[in-house]
Design a protein around this ligand. Structure first.
Ligand code: FAD
Length: 317
């Protein structure tokens, strides 16, 4: 059976792995993180839980809709009913990372493995990791944010053609500073627990207790606006967190804040993407790059990208 190595255990890499594995391929997924899910991230702070990356996802494409139906049946996701939503929005029952954990359940996923080099072998490729790991496969799928993939390709001496470089240069991600705040009493955010702002430093606030993922202690997630995140990306994170919390005195009284953490997402959402679901790189072995920078973007686009890469590979090999 063919073998494939996938770099990145976010939605895209896991979706590709799932498709390949269920047709009998031998698939290994490696990820530099401690857990799976990438930007579908959920954190604990005291007894609170908070989604600090993706907040919810939609399902408009048939393959993803079918998968979401499975997740609903298994009680892994819930529909999040938002007042102005023109289509259903879904959330992980215990946070967004639950969805990735479920996807990864029957897959061979190695975490704590940062890919640092890609080499050609007689049969395919060899990927080396920072810890000294060596992963060989016939084909390679790269599902990490494009700027990080370009660094990896460059460090590996993998030369891209002008047209490949031109495609990848069109993909742009915006940064986001995210604050998760554990509270010692409920927030004053009105039901259903979200605030959106078109102007100012804060763009989004979600009450994770009202969302249903933090039953033991109230918590909120604050996302800074694109402009604020860009301007303060390298600032002291503690001070940035304080400044963002202080924007919301009406909803988060000072005596309600128990503690907070700030996460710097250099690549949050891809707001300029390549039209196609992935790009095939001209290499001595099958090499595809995908993720949310390709196709429709976001969680659903990442799933779709992985799905399409897997099906392309199955037809070619
Ligand atoms: C703040 C924020 C808010 C968002 N809000 C929403 C939302 O509400 N709805 C929505 O649909 N989407 C949202 N998104 C976007 C969504 O999270 C992403 O589009 C999607 O999760 C991307 O999945 P992916 O698999 O393409 O990439 P990722 O999730 O980034 O997965 C890539 C993985 O690669 C790993 N990796 C990177 N480099 C290496 C390496 N060298 N070796 C090994 N592993 C490596 C990373 O650890 C990561 O796990 C949001 C994202 C952020 C950050």
């Amino acid at each position: 059976m063919p073998t494939s190595l996938i770099i990145g255990a976010g939605m895209s890499g896991l979706s590709a792995a799932r498709e390949l594995a269920r047709t009998g391929w031998t698939v290994t997924v490696i990820d530099k993180g401690r857990g799976v899910g990438g930007r579908m991230a959920t954190r604990r702070l005291e007894q609170a839980r908070a989604d600090h990356g993706a907040q919810y996802f939609s399902a408009k494409t048939p393959a993803f809709q079918a998968y979401v139906q499975e997740l609903l049946a298994e009680d892994v996701v819930n529909e999040w009913r938002l007042p102005d939503a023109d289509h259903p929005r879904y959330i992980g029952r215990d946070g967004m990372s639950t969805v990735a954990k479920q996807l990864a359940r029957d897959l061979d996923v190695r975490t704590g493995e940062r890919a640092v080099n890609i080499e050609k072998t007689e049969a395919g490729c060899l990927v080396l990791t920072e810890t000294g790991g060596r992963y060989e496969a016939d084909s390679l799928l790269v599902t990490i944010p494009v700027p990080q993939a370009l660094t990896l390709f460059n460090d590996s001496g993998l030369m891209l053609s002008d047209s490949e470089q031109a495609v990848l240069a069109t993909i742009v991600y915006k940064p986001c500073l995210a604050v998760i705040v554990a509270l010692n009493k409920p927030s004053r955010i009105p039901s259903p627990g979200i605030l959106r702002f078109d102007e100012g430093p804060v763009s989004w606030v979600a009450d994770n207790q009202q969302k249903g993922i933090s039953p033991n202690q109230p918590s909120v997630t604050i996302h800074a606006s694109h402009a604020f995140s860009q301007d303060h990306l390298e600032d002291d994170l503690n001070a940035v967190g304080r400044e963002l919390i202080d924007q919301l005195p009406e909803f988060l009284p000072a005596d309600a804040v128990a503690t907070y953490q700030v996460h710097r997402w250099r690549y949050s959402q891809a707001d300029q993407r390549h039209d196609e679901s992935f790009l095939q790189i001209n290499a001595p072995f099958p090499l595809l790059i995908g993720g949310d920078g390709f196709g429709m973007g976001n969680v659903e686009g990442a799933f779709q990208s992985g799905y399409e890469m897997a099906h392309w590979l199955m037809q070619k090999v």
